[in-house]
Design a protein around this ligand. Structure first.
Ligand SMILES: *[C@@H]1O[C@H](CO)[C@@H](O)[C@H](O)[C@H]1NC(C)=O
Ligand SMILES: *[C@@H]1O[C@H](CO)[C@@H](O)[C@H](O)[C@H]1NC(C)=O
Ligand SMILES: *[C@@H]1O[C@H](CO)[C@@H](O)[C@H](O)[C@H]1NC(C)=O
Ligand SMILES: *[C@@H]1O[C@H](CO)[C@@H](O)[C@H](O)[C@H]1NC(C)=O
Ligand SMILES: *[C@@H]1O[C@H](CO)[C@@H](O)[C@H](O)[C@H]1NC(C)=O
Ligand SMILES: *[C@@H]1O[C@H](CO)[C@@H](O)[C@H](O)[C@H]1NC(C)=O
Ligand SMILES: *[C@@H]1O[C@H](CO)[C@@H](O)[C@H](O)[C@H]1NC(C)=O
Length: 271
């Protein structure tokens, strides 16, 4: 009797302390509706204004009433991951439009089952390797399907894989659990999809990646990390799909606000 009661009490406590996937999905749907319509009310009604931490666009605190959310965008594809432990979500939003091309990454954070922080990285022509046609072509066709329960990686493994990738930019001796193949979608440029594709190329050294904010989804085997990229602290999102502890897909979004981040003369695509 007592153990049963205890178990029931524990269950109640944890269900009120944590978020559920359906709740998080509903909030993300409200976000997507708002971005599609430009009407913020369905979204702002889900805010917890008493614990509000802010709405950030490319790392700058922004007034929602003058934000990108008030511009209706014809979203052509989105993919979301859900962190029921931290109560957070990440959504990749592709607007494959010739007039308003965008790829946006948005993290929502929750308290009391309501949104209290929004972090969004907005990329468009001029940002690092930006190519919306590439993003729209390659992202949707990757099979980010739920990982079978029996082969899910732990949060610790997922976060460690993401951190290893980010660490190697400043600590070249880091051991990264590269998958074979691993393919990177970087601004819109795609890597080698073939059986031997690798994400280990084109990684510079001496680039600190700081201020990491994580969303971890064990069911999707995915981690998004929003960061300050390099000494210039470019607002950046790195999203990883991990299979069997190894990096399978990497999606990057980097805003720098000047042509190709000031690298080369605009025709140089790689550092
Ligand atoms: C939170 O504040 C915003 C204005 O900053 C308002 O539009 C919104 O309705 C408020 N949300 C709630 C749930 O009170
Ligand atoms: C945000 O902008 C609206 C409309 O311009 C204004 O009424 C409101 O006071 C602003 N909020 C803040 C916190 O500056
Ligand atoms: C953008 O990506 C598409 C699809 O890979 C490719 O055909 C096109 O050449 C790319 N555009 C530029 C400017 O690189
Ligand atoms: C993206 O938009 C371009 C230009 O309208 C179009 O040619 C291309 O087919 C679109 N890509 C996808 C995957 O729908
Ligand atoms: C990294 O590895 C190289 C080659 O094994 C070694 O010479 C170097 O001392 C190592 N650097 C650090 C910081 O451990
Ligand atoms: C992939 O690597 C294996 C082992 O090195 C090699 O045998 C095979 O030919 C490679 N395949 C391709 C398509 O490069
Ligand atoms: C831009 O840089 C590339 C590679 O360094 C070079 O080949 C090209 O001539 C440069 N173009 C201009 C207009 O300076």
């Amino acid at each position: 009797m007592i153990p049963t009661l205890l178990a029931a009490a524990t269950l109640l406590a944890s269900s009120s302390a944590h978020c559920t996937r359906p709740q998080l999905i509903e909030a993300v749907n409200a976000y997507l509706t708002t971005q599609t319509t430009g009407q913020t009310a369905p979204f702002t009604s889900r805010f917890d204004n008493s614990t509000w931490l802010g709405y950030f666009e490319n790392s700058l605190k922004t007034n929602i009433s003058t934000s990108i959310l008030t511009t209706p965008l014809p979203i052509t594809f989105s993919r979301s991951i859900y962190d029921t432990t931290s109560c957070a979500t990440f959504t990749e939003v592709i607007v494959n439009s010739t007039s308003v091309p965008h790829v946006i990454g948005t993290q929502l954070r929750f308290t009391n089952h309501k949104i209290n922080k929004i972090d969004t990285i907005i990329t468009k022509p001029g940002d690092w390797l930006f190519n919306v046609t590439g993003y729209a072509l390659y992202s949707p066709r990757e099979p980010w399907t739920p990982i079978p329960t029996s082969s899910r990686d732990s949060r610790t493994t997922l976060k460690a894989a993401a951190d290893a990738y980010l660490d190697i930019f400043n600590s070249p001796n880091t051991t990264v659990p590269w998958g074979i193949p691993c393919v990177r979608l970087e601004g819109g440029l795609y890597g080698d999809e073939g059986p031997n594709g690798t994400c280990a190329g084109f990684i510079p050294t001496g680039v600190p990646i700081t201020n990491r904010r994580y969303v971890v989804d064990e069911e999707m085997g995915a981690v998004d990390v929003m960061v300050d990229f390099g000494a210039s602290r470019w607002p950046d999102s790195h999203e990883f799909r991990v299979e069997g502890g190894r990096l399978r897909y990497v999606h990057t979004l980097t805003h720098c606000g000047r042509a190709n981040c000031g690298v080369g003369n605009g025709t140089v695509l790689r550092v």
